[in-house]
Design a protein around this ligand. Structure first.
Ligand code: FEO
Ligand code: CA
Ligand code: CA
Length: 632
């Protein structure tokens, strides 16, 4: 354990109640919130007395953060602090399988080319060491942009174009090795693999084999093709990769058909911009009513075996999965925290039935097959932004999950987990994105990215962890499970930060006191702790640099000290990108950061190659010039 880790540990092992009150008060200062105009803010303040001592705790000087903050940027580059260097590792279309051609930016390459190349729109990723100098990266390829993928911009789709789009999705696994220059990827490694929207996988757990999972191609209800819209990720202590299916609904269409209550809740529409349903019947819900039920899961992949069948883990529930934050509780059960990224949806946790066995990794392989899924309810007194919470079990026969309320089995509770969460009274959140668990203290954080519906819809009232109407900026909620036990039924929560723009607003929308004109941002999304206990925050927000977002520039990466609340900007991305995907080498001397969709919506990016080139999603390798630990 190094000096930085020791510092982080001692900071995080402080009494959690006093730590909580410090940060909350740092977060929601008298200066900001006394000036709020709305009625809800008045309530908020009346119950939230603050002191001078508390306001002082937001002052910068963290010993945990050892890098120089950088300013915002509107340039078409990836910027890191003084003393750091960032280089591209791999970009959309780079060949990874044997025989795959080089990237060709004409948009005319066939599906067979894309099937051997790195997929589009890099997202969540994990690092799996092979040796000191070699490793595998497993990387999600979330979606694809037809304006860049095709020479016809998606205006003249063919059956092969649909196959090409399907091949641009999924997961890429490839080997990397250390070089004099950082890291490089190895083309043709025996480990390299593309998993796409057409790769055969198995459904496991309580929903596998249920009638609602059967299709004309699969009478067993257990065999499914593909994964797509793979947003963020997780990794297990037994060495597997978890990829999370997010906006799967957008690939299905029910042309001319009326959506049933389940299809409405999960967002099946009568059309799909991807147009797969026009050439591939399983995406036409009038023809295959159950195919959407086979998507919206967490998928477990063994990155070390390119022939291993990916396993969809239905015990973790079906919704628009963001990431899967895995921890082993002190009692040995595996806990997976899960966010459902849609306005007014929920935060979940899965607890494995069986215990983790550190001395026999093979015995851990099916730990995600059986267990209990819970959903979070946050309690708070009127106007307070801290409180208690409880995990409500989503088990058939309990908590109203009965025939009277439309549930006939545990399979149905998992397939329609969102509807089960509503029945049990879960709290509607401001779009839960990534969850992260502190490596030592087991404190849990979740980004709530933004929510324009907050305060407008009856089921999304202002209050508790979602304290602002028309929430343009987002916040990070944090909780500690009772007695430090991640399997506990109750927790205490607060807000670690409330994003905002203190140069434009003087009220609630200025954000918490740890947000200043020097570190402001909007829409926190990617989230992770490094081994030293620093909290990494990646943004997927508005980059107009105008109005409510004036002075924020392009999307960015920030690093925070969980104990002091200080937030410092570490990186800025190129034009019209989102920064997403975060992985560290075990020695903490390299961080891999994903640049997704630079130049989206025809914005003028030519990242990473410059000149007049097509913009391409790219993974960046970031290191210190002196070889030191990142951000320390
Ligand atoms: Fe794919 Fe919720 O971000
Ligand atoms: Ca995201
Ligand atoms: Ca987002």
């Amino acid at each position: 354990m190094n000096k930085d880790q020791l510092q982080a540990d001692s900071a995080m092992h402080q009494d959690i109640d006093s730590d909580f009150s410090k940060i909350i008060d740092a977060g929601l200062s008298r200066r900001r919130f006394m000036q709020g105009g709305a009625t809800a803010m008045g309530l908020f303040l009346a119950a939230n007395p603050l002191t001078q001592a508390v306001a002082a705790s937001a002052q910068p000087n963290s010993k945990l953060l050892g890098f120089d903050k950088i300013p915002t940027s509107t340039a078409d580059t990836f910027v890191v602090p003084e003393g750091y260097v960032a280089k591209p590792l791999i970009s959309w279309g780079d060949p990874i399988l044997q025989g795959a051609p080089m990237f060709d930016e004409s948009g005319k390459q066939p599906s067979s080319a894309q099937a051997g190349q790195f997929g589009d729109n890099t997202d969540g990723m994990s690092f799996f060491p092979l040796s000191e100098d070699r490793a595998l990266l497993a990387v999600n390829n979330e979606y694809t942009n037809y304006k860049l993928l095709f020479d016809h911009q998606g205006q003249a789709m063919t059956a092969d174009d649909v196959k090409k789009a399907q091949a641009a999705h999924g997961v890429s696994v490839f080997e990397i090795k250390r070089s004099n220059d950082g890291w490089e990827y190895i083309k043709d490694s025996k480990y390299n693999r593309r998993i796409t929207a057409n790769t055969e996988m198995m459904l496991t757990g309580p929903a596998a084999g249920h009638d609602l999972m059967k299709t004309s191609a699969d009478a067993s209800g257990k065999k499914v093709l593909g994964t797509f819209n793979n947003c963020a990720n997780g990794e297990t202590p037994w060495g597997t990769y978890l990829t999370c299916e997010e906006n799967f609904n957008g690939y299905f269409a029910k042309p001319g058909g009326e959506q049933d209550v389940h299809q409405k809740r999960y967002g099946i529409k009568d059309d799909s911009k991807y147009q797969w349903y026009k050439f591939d019947d399983r995406f036409d819900v009038t023809k295959e009513a159950n195919e959407p039920n086979r998507h919206g899961w967490v998928v477990e992949i063994d990155p070390m075996d390119p022939t291993a069948t990916p396993l969809k883990r239905t015990a973790l529930g079906r919704f628009k999965h963001e990431n899967a934050a895995v921890t082993v509780a002190d009692n040995g059960h595996v806990v997976v925290y899960l966010g459902d990224d849609e306005r007014g949806e929920h935060i979940y946790k899965f607890v494995s039935r069986n215990k983790y066995n550190p001395s026999n990794q093979a015995a851990n392989r099916d730990l995600l097959e059986q267990g209990t899924l819970y959903v979070a309810r946050f309690n708070a007194k009127d106007g307070e932004v801290r409180g208690t919470g409880e995990w409500i079990e989503l088990t058939y026969g309990k908590n109203g999950l009965t025939k009277e309320n439309g549930f006939n089995s545990q399979a149905e509770v998992m397939i329609f987990a969102r509807e089960a969460a509503t029945v049990v009274g879960a709290t509607t959140m401001d779009r839960p994105e990534w969850v992260a668990v502190h490596p030592e203290t087991k404190t849990v954080c979740c980004t709530l990215t933004n929510n324009k519906n907050r305060g407008k819809k009856d089921n999304q009232p202002v209050g508790g962890p979602n304290p602002r109407a028309n929430n343009k900026y987002g916040q990070i909620v944090r909780w500690n499970e009772a007695n430090g036990d991640n399997t506990a039924a109750t927790f205490k929560w607060d807000l670690f930060l409330v994003a905002g723009n203190p140069t434009v607003h003087k009220d609630f929308y200025a954000g918490s006191a740890n947000i200043t004109d020097e570190n402001m941002f909007n829409s926190p999304d990617g989230l992770g702790f490094d081994q030293g206990g620093r909290l990494w925050i990646m943004t997927d927000g508005k980059y107009s640099n105008e109005g409510d977002f004036a002075g924020m520039g392009n999307n960015q990466v920030l690093v925070a000290d969980p104990a002091t609340g200080e937030v410092r900007r570490f990186a800025t991305g190129p034009i019209a990108c989102e920064l997403t995907g975060l992985a560290f080498s075990p020695d903490q001397r390299t961080v891999f950061i994903g640049v997704q969709h630079p130049g989206e919506k025809d914005k003028p990016s030519h990242f990473p190659a410059g000149g007049n080139s097509k913009p391409r999603s790219t993974i960046m390798v970031v290191q210190r010039k002196d070889g030191g630990i990142i951000a320390a």
